[in-house]
Design a protein around this ligand. Structure first.
Ligand SMILES: O=C(O)CCC(=O)C(=O)O
Ligand SMILES: [Fe+2]
Length: 295
């Protein structure tokens, strides 16, 4: 599927576009299977170490991790894309159906920005140490890069792996607020990078429940947030960023790579081991590095 002219116009006018059913199970399920297998392996280990009382193997993908974390939460911090670094997850970053949609906005020379996450948003109260990194206060994604990326366009793609609902903390955005540049953000302890309520645009908030297969394409200047997960299931999601090759990612110390190129096809990175090596090295080298610019 590619974006039609109306969809591209809509993105330009609104600063976002939801593509319903843009992806199929066969695009997303390899990632889900990879995470299920990892959680299964770790559950066996945690059970053997006496850290959890049972394996919870009858529980579905959107419940099992929560059951495990209720007993012992070590696993929760191992799951983001750059820590698990799975083959299927890497392959998904260059998924053809995904990039066909991205190309409609970014053009044919596509770099995958290293600000990329897989988030298991657990039911509130279950999260280690109280704070929840997957409850995101109001921010622009332009606010979580270094300033070198400010003049350049970056596309956020937000992808639910399980149903995202009002109850489990789907995204909320403020449409039509892009094109005016970066807003002032602040670093708030326990909350992260945030736009103060009094500095927020006064236009209407749009709440975006989404189903597996849907994608949200969002301009980096659109303020968005997600609130706590008050349900008893996990909101699993991915958020990825793409931009025109050659433009700064705003995270120079983390590995970007060329995901698609019509002009220079041999520049595309398809080597999972190499991608994984670059992340491992960057995480080691970049310890203590600040991704955000605010005090
Ligand atoms: O997934 C969330 O709840 C927040 C995600 C976010 O801020 C983003 O994808 O840029
Ligand atoms: Fe964000």
């Amino acid at each position: 599927m590619t974006l039609n002219a109306t969809q591209i116009e809509q993105f330009k006018a609104e600063g976002f576009l939801v593509v319903k059913g843009g992806l199929e199970d066969r695009d997303l399920d390899p990632v889900i299977r990879e995470y299920e297998a990892y959680i299964d392996k770790r559950a066996e280990e945690l059970k053997a170490e006496g850290k959890i009382s049972q394996l919870y193997e009858q529980e579905p993908f959107d419940r099992r991790l929560a059951c495990i974390c209720r007993e012992h939460n070590a696993l929760y911090r191992e799951l983001d894309i750059m820590f698990l670094r799975g083959k299927a997850s890497f392959a998904f970053l260059s998924n053809e159906n995904l990039l066909d949609l991205v190309e409609g906005i970014v053009g044919p020379e596509i770099t995958c920005n290293p600000i990329q996450h897989i988030r298991p948003k657990l039911p509130t109260g279950l999260t280690p140490e109280g704070g929840d990194p997957h409850v995101a206060p109001w921010h622009q994604d332009a606010g979580v890069t270094w300033a070198d990326a400010d003049p350049y366009f970056i596309l956020t793609v937000w992808i639910p792996l399980t149903r995202a609902t009002v109850e489990n903390g789907c995204l909320q955005i403020i449409p039509r607020t892009h094109g005016k540049g970066l807003m002032q953000h602040h670093t708030k302890p326990g909350m992260g990078t945030v736009i103060m309520d009094e500095e927020m645009p006064q236009s209407a908030v749009l709440t975006l429940p989404m189903s597996k297969g849907d994608l949200l394409l969002m301009h980096k200047e659109i303020p968005h947030r997600s609130t706590a997960n008050t349900s008893d299931n996990i909101r699993w999601s991915m958020d990825l960023r793409y931009q025109q090759t050659g433009t700064p990612t705003g995270r120079p110390f983390h590995p970007e790579f060329v995901a698609r190129s019509r002009a220079n096809p041999q520049s595309v990175l398809t080597d999972h081991a190499e991608w994984s090596r670059r992340w491992a090295e960057a995480l080691e080298r970049g310890k203590g590095m600040r991704g955000h610019r605010w005090n």
